[in-house]
Design a protein around this ligand. Sequence first.
Ligand SMILES: Cc1cc2nc3c(=O)[nH]c(=O)nc-3n(C[C@H](O)[C@H](O)[C@H](O)COP(=O)(O)OP(=O)(O)OC[C@H]3O[C@@H](n4cnc5c(N)ncnc54)[C@H](O)[C@@H]3O)c2cc1C
Length: 311
Amino acid sequence: MRATVIGAGVIGLTTGIRLREAGVDAHIVAAEPPADTVASSMAGAIWYPYGDSAGTREAAWGRRSLEIFTALAQGGTPGLVVRDMLELRYEPSPDPWWADPALGYRRCEPVDLAGGYADGYIQQTVAIDVVPTLGVLEGRFRELGGTIELRRLSRFADATAPGELVINCAGVGAGELAADQLVHPIRGQVVRVRGEPVDRITMVDGGPLGYAYVMPHSDECVVGGTRQPGVWDRTPDDAVTEQLLETAATLEPGLRNAEVIGVKVGLRPGRGEVRVEREGDVIHNYGHAGNGWSLSWGCAETVVELATAPR
Ligand SMILES: Cc1cc2nc3c(=O)[nH]c(=O)nc-3n(C[C@H](O)[C@H](O)[C@H](O)COP(=O)(O)OP(=O)(O)OC[C@H]3O[C@@H](n4cnc5c(N)ncnc54)[C@H](O)[C@@H]3O)c2cc1C
């Protein structure tokens, strides 16, 4: 069986890998290569499934993806490191659905809450340095015999011959291809800095900092974040960069006066609900919003089930 995967972000690459491992002759067609993708290469990123998805398919996809990223990190894969994550809250909050004592989950002690926070917790997760990790995924896909052709498509029929499978992993571009009005961009700006070493991820949502995080990768940190639904403009906003640098110094004082390495603006593929579904010879895998890295492997395995199930 031959399949054309549209998209070379984390969703297209993980899907392509799993399809080839299952014996499907999968190849990728993408407008941008992995390192230039508008969402995957611009992300923070960490394994952190946003939202209250306990008991849903998303929770299963998230668990499976954590399992795989953790094994890859523990196997020494470049770009992936298991680290502690501190999540701080201005209001008391329940445990997240994915709280796991095996990953060191614990509620914060008062000593962890300096800075006026009311609540919080700590758990290990996987920090994903996205560009090297996309390189690893691309390498694995090519090693399995997959090819990547750079070409923008305006309809599924241009991707493949009749009767062959098309896998729609086109991120925010998936909406136009599938005529799905629900798909929209969620703009996010991040700044990459180098300062004193940081070994723990810190996240805050709400309060004076708004939605904010510091994610360390090797000797640099990615600082975010912003969420602007419906905004396509990818021009960096200097005022937001200044605000992010202040956020970095507030969350990690060793980052005050840190060197700015770069500013990136990405478009998360928003939809309201992730779409992993078969429609004739097209299998959709898109709409992961701010969770694409966290759900990727699980979704890819569901695509393989849909592609190989008897019909
Ligand atoms: C600032 C920021 C921070 C984030 N942080 C996290 C995080 O910490 N954890 C997490 O899990 N997720 C995070 N995300 C979300 C995550 O990055 C996305 O959900 C994920 O990257 C989506 O991957 P994708 O492959 O669907 O899309 P993309 O990476 O955008 O890839 C889409 C691919 O489809 C191709 N394509 C599109 N249209 C066409 C067309 N018409 N023809 C041919 N090819 C086409 C593109 O060229 C590209 O190759 C973050 C995102 C941003 C922007």
